[in-house]
Design a protein. Sequence first.
Length: 362
Amino acid sequence: MARVELVKVARRFGRTAAIEDISFKVPDGQFWVLVGPSGCGKSTILRAIAGLDPVSEGTVYIGDRSVNRVPARQRDVAMVFQNYALYPHMSVAENLSFGLRMRRVAEPAEIARRVDAVARSLDIAHLLERKPRQLSGGQQQRVALGRAIVRQPQVFLLDEPLSNLDAQLRDETRTELKRLHARIGITTLYVTHDQIEAMTLADSIVVLDRGRIQQIGTPQAVYDRPANRAIATFLGSPPMNLLPATYGDGRFRIGDQTLAAGTLAREIELRTGKSYDLGIRPECLSLFPPEGGEFAVLQAVADAVEPLGRETLVNATLPGTDCTLNCFIPGLWMGDRGTRLVLHLPLNRAYLFDAATSERLY
Ligand code: ATP
């Protein structure tokens, strides 16, 4: 195991920077997740750590040493990509053991023991004699993961390793990965577009946009205190509602209605006539007034009603706007499309973003 640290790392292609000023430190044994829109530089960061691409600026540390001049094969990292290319002519057992045999890092008996242990933990022990073409996509993905794990590298780099799996297998493999990490504790960097993977797997999340770090924090901290509008809508399903609001006289105007700004107006300096986005998560809206604390009231009209068993997800429109919002109503809600809703918005659970800069103000 080893910590991984990047200090002011940049990677440029000609004049364009794929990543710029990237600094973070992943402590020994932690699981960090990199998220952000397509093209934001996630893969470039993994490739820089793996040594597949040189960095243009800055330093990559694995353990205590700078690896800027260390070739990829000597960095002791294992990388799994979404297109997990397995060797087609080799059996699963041979695929799993190939790296170890090549490096002659262990005796054959020791290699067999490690392959067996990893195959059992990934539930592929019954497939060891098969060729990759005789496996399902999900099984191939597990073999690719197993091939990386069996090497017992110091660092794991996983680039959307579950993206080719169907929903159920994805859930199962995600849980398996979490269990596996808890057991072997190898320092891991994991790239995903999937917010559930980010929330459930990460010790810390690094949010990137256009090659730069936007925010670093635990999943809960990023969820509770997103730095800006884009991050606020990335984590959470369905995402945070954002209501375009104009401020004046202690109230927000949203379409045809006005809402008390209450504590927001007291705690931050709101400018009359200025545009904001008022944020509220679907689970924080309620048909009933909260028991304590200030709240605002919002009129909406149900547009789509989705009973989910434990709760009902209602998508509603706000009169006088083209804005829709989602809210969860506990249990089975008997209303249907067109039903008028009076929603209570606890102000201590609200967020406020500057409409122009997208920064979170509250
Ligand atoms: P995705 O989620 O779509 O996989 P990503 O966040 O992993 O994207 P990267 O693949 O790291 O993004 O790419 C970051 C930026 O660097 C992109 O704008 C990409 O076009 C650019 N880039 C990557 N490799 C090269 C290259 N070899 N030459 C020129 N530009 C490149």
